[in-house]
Design a protein around this ligand. Structure first.
Ligand code: FAD
Length: 355
């Protein structure tokens, strides 16, 4: 069986982002890479959105970018600007196509469906298959989104809605998220932050239908695409092995308070590329401990008081949007952290410290 210098386990977002980063920086000129990916073909299966706080390789896969957003709780709406860090949505179909087109020109890059097809004992492995082990909180962000096309122009395409809490909460945290791509096309997503012990919140189709027809008051529309997912808001089990680094969700790249992962994956790929020549001895890359700690407290409050969360999110965005975006994108300084912490209900957070 053939041996390779590098193996990427899982050719999804993290695996392909890393392969692309290595390829465009000519790190695969004299090194061989095997990507293990079971899927038969690559088609659009996700929409990755984030505030663009750092440069990345995929501006040409951006479906739409916004400079304004809103957040609402029943009876109140806050309109915010994000010109400095525009919110971008990446079409995964374009992303897969761009990377696969680039990689196919390199004769050192091979795709396999199963790890057992190759000899892995002398390779360095980048693993993106998470070992999910529930933690004490076991909170997930689970969601279902549909892209709709309306008969008449309906949406203001210049402003997206990050969170609309004006919907039933069912003793959890629930909001809708709407990304208007044009005046008559949008992604509408129902999102829950909750334990996933039962399926009682998974009547997604009914929730979305009711929101579109009763809240948005759209009657004539058709669904053109659907995506569903669940992001664990706890870190997967990471075993320290000498010749292996975990990447993507498996590598703890998800920000636990938000589920945002895409840009962290890009930063991790850049870090690996910079250190690839001495990867065996390079330091583990992780989301800073400060955010790990603050997110843990945040999730404890969410677990204890889901009913308070719409208000807490709304208040958080009362700080300057630039500050909140930096905080949610792991780029805030101490002063910025404090300005957000002071907006939070102090007693709830102090209690959560001793939970
Ligand atoms: C529907 C959805 C929407 C999301 N939206 C956002 C967003 O808007 N913004 C954001 O920042 N994050 C978002 N996320 C979170 C995160 O960015 C994505 O989950 C991202 O795809 C994580 O990348 P990954 O490489 O870790 O996992 P994946 O992209 O899931 O890649 C893992 C790959 O491993 C393959 N695989 C599985 N089993 C094996 C095996 N045994 N051997 C080899 N390969 C295997 C899979 O086929 C897959 O291709 C979203 C997640 C989902 C599910």
């Amino acid at each position: 069986m053939r041996e390779f210098d590098y193996i990427i386990l899982g050719g999804g977002c993290a695996g392909l982002s890393l392969a692309y980063e290595l390829e465009i920086h000519e790190k695969l000129k004299n090194k061989s890479l095997a990507i293990i990916e079971p899927r038969e073909d690559y088609k659009k299966d996700k929409t990755w959105s984030f505030w663009k706080i750092i440069p990345h390789n995929f501006d040409d896969c951006v479906k739409k970018s916004w400079d304004n957003f809103s957040i609402n709780i029943p009876g109140k709406t806050n309109y915010l600007e994000c010109k400095d860090y525009p919110y971008q949505s990446i079409d995964s179909g374009l992303f897969y196509k761009k990377i696969n087109n680039k990689l196919k020109d390199n004769k050192n890059v091979y795709f396999f469906k199963d790890i057992n097809e190759i000899d892995k004992k002398n390779s360095f492995i980048f693993n993106s298959i998470p070992n999910i082990k529930k933690n004490h909180l076991n909170i997930w962000q689970h969601f279902c989104g549909v892209e709709i096309e309306t008969q008449n122009n309906f949406f203001d395409k210049e402003i997206f809605n990050l969170m609309d809490f004006d919907c039933e909460q069912r003793e959890s945290v629930h909001f809708f998220y709407t990304l208007p791509y044009s005046k008559n096309k949008a992604l509408v997503e129902t999102t829950w932050l909750s334990k996933m012990n039962d399926n009682s919140q998974k009547d997604y189709d009914n929730q979305i239908k009711s929101y579109i027809e009763n809240n948005l008051k759209i009657k004539n529309y058709k669904i053109t695409y659907k995506e569903e997912g669940a992001i664990p808001l706890f870190y997967p089990l990471i075993k320290n092995e000498k010749n292996m680094i975990n990447i993507g969700t498996a590598g703890g790249m998800t920000r636990l308070s938000t589920g945002y992962t895409f840009l962290n994956i890009q930063e991790h790929s850049m870090y690996i590329r910079r250190n690839i020549e001495n990867i065996v001895n390079s330091k583990n890359y992780e989301i800073s401990k400060k955010y790990q700690f603050l997110d843990e407290i945040f999730l404890r409050v969410l677990d204890n008081h889901p009913e308070k969360m719409p208000d807490i999110f709304f208040k958080m965005f009362k700080t300057s949007p630039k500050t909140v975006i930096k905080f949610l994108s792991n780029k805030s300084n101490l002063l910025e952290d404090l300005s957000i912490i002071f907006k939070m209900p102090k007693w709830l957070f102090i209690k959560a410290l001793f939970y």
